[in-house]
Design a binder for this molecule. Structure first.
Ligand code: GLN
Length: 191
């Protein structure tokens, strides 16, 4: 099983390490042509404006939309969740516009630019998962097909819509790989 990590900007090597810890092959994706070789895709954290701009430059937008239309699983973390969203608060345009959610960027404010919190994630056994939040977005609205998997202070921070998964936090920055295992299961079931 091969899982790609969009390697335009952001935390790529940490995701690859987590994928390999789950027993799958992790591949850095730098060109849209590589998407045909993988079974699932992770879009990492970083800066959504930069990732969005580079996705346009390297012609990833339509290619990832086709990947999604073929039912292949996609997991967006932090900025990756922002680029998956159909609506971004305060912005006219979205990037991939795939997941039926509204996100609010940098939603925790300056005092709380980065922090960690224990989260109960639906579908993940074995106790709380440590969420690392770095200038994180919040999911402020979810469409009917979207399941909220985890909340922090009553707001959605992990969501799933069919083959699409997203977290506000960075599961690649701890050595607890259960969120990646969850995604690897989605990819396995889809094959
Ligand atoms: N604040 C960033 C953005 O708006 C996301 C931060 C992150 O990915 N850690 O894109």
């Amino acid at each position: 099983m091969k899982i790609g990590v969009l390697a335009l900007q952001g935390a790529v090597s940490e995701h690859i390490k987590a994928i390999e810890a789950c027993g799958a092959e992790g591949i850095a994706i730098k060109r849209p042509q590589q998407l045909k070789d993988i079974d699932g895709l992770i879009i990492p954290g970083g800066e959504s404006t930069t990732i969005g701009r580079l996705m346009n430059v390297y012609e990833f937008i339509d290619a990832i939309r086709q990947f999604s239309a073929a039912g292949k699983p996609i997991f967006g973390t932090c900025a990756g969740l922002i680029v998956l969203a159909k609506r971004i608060a305060g912005q006219d345009d979205s990037y991939l516009g795939l997941m039926d959610i509204t996100v609010s960027r940098n939603a925790f404010g300056r005092q709380r630019e980065s922090f960690e919190a224990d989260l109960d994630v639906k579908g993940i056994e074995g106790g709380a998962l440590r969420g690392v939040f770095i200038r994180a977005p919040l999911v402020t609205e979810t469409g009917t097909g979207v399941k909220v998997l985890a909340t922090y202070q009553d707001q959605a921070v992990a969501v799933r819509e069919g083959h699409l998964l997203g977290t506000s936090f960075h599961p690649e920055l701890t050595d607890d790989y259960r969120m990646h295992e969850y995604f690897a299961e989605m990819v396995k079931h889809n094959r």
